[in-house]
Design a protein around this ligand. Sequence first.
Ligand SMILES: O=C(O)CCC(=O)C(=O)O
Ligand SMILES: [Fe+2]
Length: 349
Amino acid sequence: MSTPLTLPIIPISPYLPSRKKEYSDTDRAEVARNLHRACRDIGFFYLKVDGYLTDSERKGVLDLGREFFLESTEEEKAKIGLDKSDGVRGYQKLKQNITMGKADHHEGLDFCADTPYPPRERRDDAGQLKPLGGENQWPERPVAFRAQMEDWIEKMKALGMAVMEAMADGLGMNAAEWEELRSMVEDSFWVTRVIGAEGVSCGAHKDYGCLTLLHADDTPKALQVFLRPTPVPGQPLVDNEQGVWIDADPIPGCFVVNVGEMWEIWTNGLYKSTLHRVVHRSPTYRVSLPFFFEPVFNAEIKPLEAAKRKIAQEGWLLDKHGTDYSQVRYGDFLLGEVSGNFSKPAEST
Ligand SMILES: O=C(O)CCC(=O)C(=O)O
Ligand SMILES: [Fe+2]
């Protein structure tokens, strides 16, 4: 089977609560089947969201980011720097974010779900806020930033749930299995990021969480995905090092979605967290908004029975065949990731 050089497009409307009635179970089965194939063979796909968001919502959030990055003063940016909260929430300047040990050429603004710690446990023995122990830092300008972004976050959480339900069907989960999975993501420990860049931006990396829902402006030739040769059942997987970088250019009405390492564990490696990078070379300023739809902080992530059944049914020989992926608590995994993510600039303490 030859490798497709573009990502598949998957419509999610049949799974959106507001649209479900317009579609049949057969429509949903087709979405679930295509989604399963995309997650298994590529780990990335375009999610067609049709009328789920208005054009002004889609444009509005990107404009907020652009305006903040391009029109705020250095002081305004520094006022909400990572060092003013818990080291994870707030503004990161150029080269402050580290990917695979290298500084990224983009500035960013990160927000995440409320702290998972009760009030007495938010600071360490020295009185410093622990990572994730603080509060989000919202820019004062543009004034609509917080309200508009909070609406966006609610919509992204609901969209993430619809994709999760379709993925559960794609794996052939029964009702009880889906309930268990749903309880692990329903109160998602989401993270959202606004990125602005005018040069080569984000180094090659895999996302560590559950699902990344990426909304970006229309700059082409920026995001690239590492496409592995299509796996064949019953044959050992081709070495992960082999593959080609393809452009994942924006398509109007679609998000670019990928599965993170939590899905890799849930599926014992059937769904892979795939390498991607941003090599934006055009002189225009690019704004992108990845939304990381994550499990709840305390979720214990371990291989799902439904995934094991699917592996057996389809006859896969996976890298670790015979050995299950190790169980992780999502929150521990996240803390490990965020602690390696940011460089400490000399002026921050
Ligand atoms: O800006 C992009 O297109 C992707 C950013 C990304 O991969 C990330 O923040 O994890
Ligand atoms: Fe990423």
